[in-house]
Ligand binder design. Structure first.
Ligand SMILES: Nc1nc2c(ncn2[C@@H]2O[C@H](COP(=O)(O)OP(=O)(O)O)[C@@H](O)[C@H]2O)c(=O)[nH]1
Ligand SMILES: [Mg+2]
Length: 235
């Protein structure tokens, strides 16, 4: 698949994005989606639906639901016929019944072990709270599955800049023992006052994870490369 040039990559997220499949515990996962895939996960209320909507410039793509113990599902969205965005069920709800927690774990196990398309999981963390015990449970599951993790602090507008910087450092330190976690911690806000901070960074990280980013639009320059031909795109 050819890499997207910068202008094309910026329009990908404002183009068509359609719901294609919902998988719940005990059900099958789609096997015919063909595109590289990235998934979003985090504790309930972390701002996952808001972030997915902001990334794709929509108001209602990802439904916001706050009912604990409600049927949990893995939602698949086709973005411009180039990649699949996956909305994973939240966790960490204090009142969630035991059966719901068990279903969540089983759904994660099935999803994470049966997705050769999966390139990266974006782990959302509330800026005001930092990593919680339930995030560490998830990180251990992701470690066993060997899935690359991009940490993202959400609701950055709700913190003062110094507090956000401290939370970023603290998160980086707490994630260091996890080899699957990428070292850079992104921070986002979906509030107009937050000027949609960090949303373009997350879009770039998605494209990079999927091998779809044009070389010139990458932030860092690869100096080890010494004028070779452009590497062939990853499938
Ligand atoms: N201050 C602030 N609040 C946010 C932001 N994103 C989401 N929220 C709020 O956090 C709550 C949970 O958001 P939602 O997207 O439904 O979280 P989800 O349960 O993880 O899908 C809602 O009240 C949102 O309005 C943000 O960037 N800044
Ligand atoms: Mg939600």
């Amino acid at each position: 698949m050819p890499r997207l040039r910068s202008p094309e990559s910026s329009t990908l997220f404002s183009g068509p994005c359609t719901f294609v499949f919902a998988a719940s515990v005990g059900g099958a996962l789609p096997t015919d989606l063909e595109h590289p895939e990235v998934a979003f996960i985090g504790r309930s209320n972390v701002g996952k639906s808001s972030l997915i909507n902001a990334l794709t410039g929509r108001k209602t793509l990802a439904r916001a639901s706050k009912t604990p113990g409600r049927t949990q599902s893995v939602l698949f969205f086709n973005l411009g016929d180039r990649l699949t965005l996956v909305d994973l069920p939240g966790y960490g709800h204090a009142e969630a019944p035991l059966a719901a927690r068990r279903d969540w774990k089983e759904l994660m196990r099935v999803y994470l072990t049966q997705r050769p398309e999966l390139r990266r999981v974006f782990l959302l963390i509330d800026s005001r709270r930092g990593l919680q015990d339930s995030d560490h449970v998830l990180l251990r599951i992701l470690t066993r599955a060997g899935v690359s993790v991009q940490p993202v602090l959400t609701k950055s507008d709700a913190c003062k800049p110094a507090e956000l910087a401290a939370r970023r450092e603290e998160t980086q330190t707490a994630l260091r023992p996890y080899a699957i976690a990428r070292p850079e911690v992104l921070a986002t806000s979906t509030r107009p006052g937050g000027a949609s901070a960090g949303i373009p960074d997350v879009r770039t990280a998605i494209l990079e994870a999927c091998g779809l980013v044009d070389h010139q639009s990458k932030h860092e320059t690869d100096v080890s490369h010494g004028g070779d031909e452009e590497p062939s795109p990853q499938k």
